[in-house]
Design a protein around this ligand. Structure first.
Ligand code: SF4
Ligand code: SF4
Ligand code: SF4
Length: 279
């Protein structure tokens, strides 16, 4: 007889605790439907769930795989708030969003929402989450309170709803993050594309861009060189004019100056001639 995974899943406690060895109630249900899992693996469900599974799947009942734990009281998590460092690791681990807190702030378990799945305990880096035994037959308490006539059903439905809401939220957050990243990538690509457009709109490849940059650098260098040459030329012209003026002054002084001016002019003319001759 074939039984749907959905019908099997409906019998499970929905704490998503993974104590069955599967990633949650749905995967365990799928394995049961496929006939690849034993019916006694759900510790929170204990004998009650095993009995129901045996009936639905028409298999012989078995004792719980972890009999000691299945017989032990259920637990609710409690955070020793003074020790909490606000790392948020427990929030990320809680499948039903039963923990309140924010980064670097004290965290608290909403005890009525806690299913006792224990998944928040291992990630806590400071071991400040305690598991407090309780007398409740089914958790979370908020689910039991919502359906007192059928506490098992109420607890499972409540936990499943919380779990699904969390999954939806995580999916929305992941989609929003992916959209933001895609937007950033598109913007970066747009900038890169704009950077390789010429004024005429023609696209250039990187080799052309490098060649253009080198040509621009060369042109700037040439311009600087020509400017330097022009400055040198002007300086030389100025010096030549100054020398001509000095020569004219010396010639004038030799012809019309007094004794001292003539002597000085003669000395200058001698030195000038020697310099011209490279002496
Ligand atoms: S509640 Fe049972 S079936 Fe669901 S994950 Fe936990 S052990 Fe597995
Ligand atoms: S707070 Fe409760 S429901 Fe959440 S992970 Fe811890 S034990 Fe599980
Ligand atoms: S994992 Fe531990 S330390 Fe980190 S926020 Fe939760 S309770 Fe606090």
């Amino acid at each position: 007889m074939s039984v749907s995974a959905a019908a099997i899943e409906h019998l499970l406690p929905q704490t998503q605790c993974r104590q069955c060895g599967y990633e949650g109630c749905a995967p365990y249900a799928a394995a049961l439907a496929a006939g690849t899992a034993a019916i006694n693996l759900c510790t929170p469900g204990g004998d009650t769930v095993i009995h129901d599974l045996a009936g639905l799947l028409q298999r012989a009942p078995l004792p719980p795989a972890d009999a000691a734990k299945a017989a032990a009281p259920k637990v609710i998590a409690r955070i020793v708030e003074d020790a909490c460092i606000g790392c948020t690791a427990c929030i990320k681990a809680c499948p039903t969003d039963a923990i309140l807190g924010a980064t670097k702030y004290m965290h608290s378990v909403i005890s009525d929402e806690c299913t006792g799945c224990e998944l928040c305990v291992p990630p806590c880096p400071v071991d400040c989450i305690e598991l407090v035994p309780v007398a409740d037959a089914w958790l979370p308490r908020a689910g039991v309170a919502a359906a007192p006539a059928n506490p098992r059903r109420g607890a499972a439905d409540y936990a499943l709803e919380r779990y699904r809401k969390r999954q939806d939220r995580l999916a929305r957050q992941a989609a929003a993050k992916a959209a933001r990243l895609a937007q950033k990538r598109a913007a970066a690509q747009g900038n890169a594309a704009a950077a390789v457009q010429t004024d005429s709109g023609r696209k250039l490849n990187p080799t052309e861009l490098i060649a253009q940059a080198m040509a621009r650098a060369q042109a700037q260098q040439t311009q600087r060189q020509s400017t330097a040459n022009r400055n040198d030329f002007q300086q030389q012209q100025l010096q030549r004019e100054q020398e001509r003026a000095a020569l004219r002054r010396a010639q004038r002084d030799v012809q019309y100056g007094n004794e001292a001016e003539r002597a000085a002019a003669l000395a200058w003319l001698k030195a000038h001639k020697a310099a011209e001759n490279g002496e």
